[in-house]
Design a protein around this ligand. Structure first.
Ligand SMILES: [Fe+2]
Ligand SMILES: [Fe+2]
Length: 379
C-alpha cells in the first residue's frame, strides 16, 4: 500500500501554498550542517570488469576532465545588470502590461523597469546560488556512492564524479564570490530534499535522488541558463558543467536500470514514492520565495499576480515544466512510471509533467551524443 501524500511530503494537499511557504530555512546562520548518512561502507572482492557500459563511461570521464581555474576566461568583466538587461527572460513594465497581469493592490504596481531589472539580477544570483548548493549535495552524494555501491565499475566511475562535482562547486562559488555580490543561503525545499537523499541507507536511493532527480533537473536548468545568459564567462562555465552532467545522469540511469529490473513491486513502490517526493520539493522551490523577500514584496502578492495559485494554470508554466523534461523519460526508462498500476504516472499528472514521458531519455541521449562526437572525430 502506498503511503499518503501527508506521509510522503508532510502535507495532504500537494498544492497547499500556505504549507509550502511556511517551510523556510531557519538555520541560515549556521556554519556547518550535519546530516546522518546511515550507510555501511561496502568492500567488494570482485574486481572483474563485468559492466562494459560503466567501463566505457569511466574511460570517457578520465579523458573529459577540465580545470576550472585555467580553462575558463576568469578575466571577463561581468556586469550582472547589463547581462539581465540583454536577456529575453527579464520582465519590463510594458511586457507585464501586455500579459494583462493585475498588479493592483501590490507593491509591484509601482515598479518601473529598474525594479524589474533589479529583481532579475537577484533572481539570477539566487538561481546560481541554488545550483552551487545542489552541486555540494552532488559532491557528498557521489562520495557516499563510492562507499556504498557494491560494484567495482560503479565505484571507479563514481570516484571520477566526485572530482567533477568538486570542480562544479568550485566554479559556481568563484563566479558568485568574485563576479557577483556573494550568494543566497540554500532554499529550504532543496535542503530538505538533499537531507532526505543523504539520510537514506539504501545505495540506490542516493542515485535515484541525486543522479536521476536532482541532476536530471539540473541538466535541463543549466541548458536553459546557458541559452539565456549573455555573459560569455557564465555561458562557457555552464557548457563545461553540462558536459559533465550528461555523463552523471547517464551513470544513474545505467546503474539503476540493472538494479531495478530485479526489484519487486513493493520495493519499486518505495522508489516511486521517493521520486514523487523529490519532484514536489524541486517544484516547490521554483516559487523563489527568498528573491521576493529580498525585494520587499510579500511572496503571496507575487504569487497572486503571476497566477501561481490558480489551480488551472499553476502547473502549466512552460518554463517550469520543461525542467522535468529529462526526469520523466528517465523515470519511465527505469520502470518507475508504470510499476504498481502507474502510481507515479498518476502523481506526475498532478504536477502536469507526464507529457514528457516519450522524450529521449538520458541513457539514449548520451549514446547519441557520443556517436556524434565520434563521427566528428573521424570525419
Ligand atoms: Fe555537478
Ligand atoms: Fe553532476
Amino acid at each position: 500500500m502506498a503511503r499518503t501524500d501527508a506521509e510522503i511530503i508532510g502535507r495532504d494537499d500537494v498544492n497547499d501554498l500556505d504549507a509550502i511557504l511556511a517551510m523556510t530555512n531557519s538555520e541560515i546562520d549556521e556554519a556547518v550542517h550535519v546530516v546522518q548518512d546511515n550507510a555501511d561502507a561496502i568492500f567488494t572482492w570482485d574486481y572483474e570488469r563485468s559492466r562494459p557500459a560503466l567501463v566505457k563511461l569511466y574511460e570517457k570521464a578520465k579523458t573529459s576532465q577540465w580545470n576550472g581555474e585555467t580553462d575558463l576566461p576568469w578575466d571577463t568583466e561581468v556586469d550582472p545588470a547589463r547581462d539581465v538587461a540583454a536577456s529575453p527572460m527579464t520582465p519590463t513594465v510594458a511586457g507585464i502590461d501586455a500579459l494583462g497581469l493585475d498588479l493592483s493592490g501590490t507593491a509591484l504596481a509601482s515598479w518601473t523597469d529598474a525594479e524589474w531589472m533589479a529583481w532579475a539580477v537577484q533572481r539570477q544570483n539566487w538561481t546560481l546560488s541554488q545550483f552551487m548548493h545542489g552541486e555540494q549535495g552532488a559532491l557528498i552524494c557521489t562520495a557516499k556512492i563510492v562507499e556504498t555501491v557494491p560494484w567495482i565499475d560503479a565505484k571507479y566511475y563514481a570516484a571520477t564524479q566526485v572530482m567533477d562535482e568538486a570542480r562544479h562547486v568550485e566554479v559556481f562559488a568563484k563566479y558568485l564570490d568574485t563576479k557577483l555580490e556573494g550568494h543566497y543561503p540554500i532554499n529550504q525545499h532543496l535542503k530538505m530534499l538533499l537531507d532526505d537523499i543523504i539520510n537514506d541507507s539504501r545505495w540506490d536511493m542516493t542515485y535515484l535522488g541525486m543522479q536521476v532527480m536532482v541532476e536530471g533537473l539540473a541538466l535541463a536548468a543549466f541548458g536553459m541558463a546557458h541559452q539565456t545568459t549573455q555573459d560569455p564567462l557564465l555561458k562557457q562555465l555552464l557548457r563545461y558543467v553540462m558536459s559533465d552532467e550528461a555523463r552523471h545522469v547517464a551513470f544513474g540511469v545505467l546503474s539503476l536500470k540493472e538494479f531495478y529490473a530485479e526489484l519487486t513491486e513493493a520495493e519499486l513502490l518505495d522508489r516511486q514514492e521517493f521520486a514523487f517526493e523529490a519532484a514536489v520539493r524541486m517544484r516547490d522551490r521554483f516559487l523563489q520565495q527568498e528573491v521576493w523577500e529580498r525585494m520587499g514584496v510579500p511572496v503571496k502578492d507575487a504569487i497572486r499576480v503571476f497566477k501561481q495559485d490558480d489551480p488551472e494554470l499553476k502547473n502549466q508554466d512552460p518554463f517550469q515544466q520543461l525542467l522535468f523534461s529529462k526526469i520523466v523519460p528517465n523515470c519511465k526508462k527505469l520502470g518507475l512510471l508504470d510499476a504498481n498500476d502507474g502510481w507515479l504516472r498518476k502523481r506526475f499528472d498532478t504536477l502536469g509533467v507526464t507529457q514528457f514521458e516519450d522524450w529521449v531519455d538520458t541513457g539514449e541521449e548520451y549514446e547519441l551524443l557520443d556517436e556524434v562526437a565520434k563521427d566528428r572525430a573521424t570525419a
